[in-house]
Design a protein around this ligand. Sequence first.
Ligand SMILES: Nc1ncnc2c1ncn2[C@@H]1O[C@H](COP(=O)(O)OP(=O)(O)OP(=O)(O)O)[C@@H](O)[C@H]1O
Ligand SMILES: [Mg+2]
Length: 503
Amino acid sequence: MLYLGIDLGTTYSLVAHMNDHGQPTLFPDYHNANEFRTPSVVHIGDEGCFVGSALEEMLEDEPELSQARFFKLAMGEPEGVYRDHRQRHWWPQSLSALVLKKILNDVEAFAHDEVAGALITVPANFNDAQRKATREAAQLAGLNRVKLLDEPVAAATFYGYNRKGAEQTLFVYDLGGGTFDATVLQVGDDGLYALATEGSNQHGGMRVDQFIMDFILDEYHRQHGVRPSDETTLMTLRRFAHDTKLTLVKPGKTKVAKTLVLAGKTLDFVLTRDLFHQMIDTFVDETLAVCTRCLKAAGLEWSFIDTILLTGGSSLLPLVPEKISRASGRPKDQLVCRQPHQAVAYGAAILAAQQFTGGGGAKKLQSICAYDLGIRVRGADGQPAVKVLVNKNTPVPAAESTTFYTNRADQARLIIEAVQQRETDQGQEESSLGFFAFTIDNPRAKYPVEIKLAYDLEGCVVITACDPETGRQMQQEMDKDSQAMDRELLEQQSWINGLVINQ
Ligand SMILES: Nc1ncnc2c1ncn2[C@@H]1O[C@H](COP(=O)(O)OP(=O)(O)OP(=O)(O)O)[C@@H](O)[C@H]1O
Ligand SMILES: [Mg+2]
């Protein structure tokens, strides 16, 4: 039986399992056995569907091919983010499903066992809609037994793997391609306990690439008086900006000087490492502000942290350890950066083996929720307000109830709006989970309805209502929006089933 750990990343996706020697191991790309990660990029055209490295290679020669990227950042938004050759609009979870299917094809090619379960990692700061979209992606890909796992928990597991010793407090700084998580965890021989988490979906390597793109576009404008805006040119420029970044972070590199041909015109440009660092200075400071908030939420200071773990590809930006070292008062060589690209997938594989088999030695795993969970009500001043039932950073699973009363004797349903929220440096961030309607069988005035809001083990929200007098659960009505969404997903499932992913 095969249990997989899948890091479904914004830029790269990886899949690992525990090998016969009890070591976490990555599966290679079917096409290229030296490649152990799949770029999260999809193309659907007349020749079929292409995913990952095969597509990246095609794009070198045919940059005008349509492509979907960074769709992880749009997870939870029920709308098309990519239009294929038949003008079909693909949702982010369907595109993620294609990445998962490609990865599963790789697994099938190299493993002789059947997949019996998979842990898929998500950023700790993914909200309910983003988590549910990830579950839907798994379902669309035909993966049956799936659990979600927070990325920093996976990275911390890999760090703690094979490590015996005293309890310690761990700070995980996880800066990936599209998202950033800061998490404080307690690690011990008996398990792993998350204490606080904060994050941002606006901070990742993609933003860093964007700074370089903007710099080049400004330079282009200065030299030619125009700013190219067509899709193909911008995609080419993005790839170039990405390569420039990877060159500039190499030890000893002080500048990149190149002549580019963009939209039919040549452009000479020089970017020094110093200037690059100036461009991203505020960006890195912002991630540190998130760290400060996370420490505060855990009631700790840097001095209480035993180990600072850096993970995610973008934590390799030299400014990151530099600034963390300064903020934490810890020398750079004491910051731990162990296989930052693979740590999440490895940790997920270790936990998949433990969690699905449930055998002896399974350690306790305590995750927390990254958002307050509540119900929109009318505040004392008559203005809408959120009555928070489960506070952010509460260990999950967690559930709290509150009782509402109907207004009229003939009121046959009670409708509530559930909300997730959190405080960020930009102010209060709020997302509605939608309206939930419950049917009342025997209406009467001031009928009590107990609403229970819960986070399950994977940080997804479950909402139920019951009659507190009889304890009987009330029927939830499906609203038009969810019905339309279900229909849409069914249709996309048929598109996926009708596609062959070219290997
Ligand atoms: N040496 C490096 N220096 C700076 N950035 C790097 C380096 N190597 C990779 N990156 C960047 O790291 C990012 C990819 O990291 P990673 O694979 O951890 O992200 P991901 O898992 O795809 O994203 P996320 O976790 O946000 O969903 C890319 O933006 C890439 O450009
Ligand atoms: Mg990642």
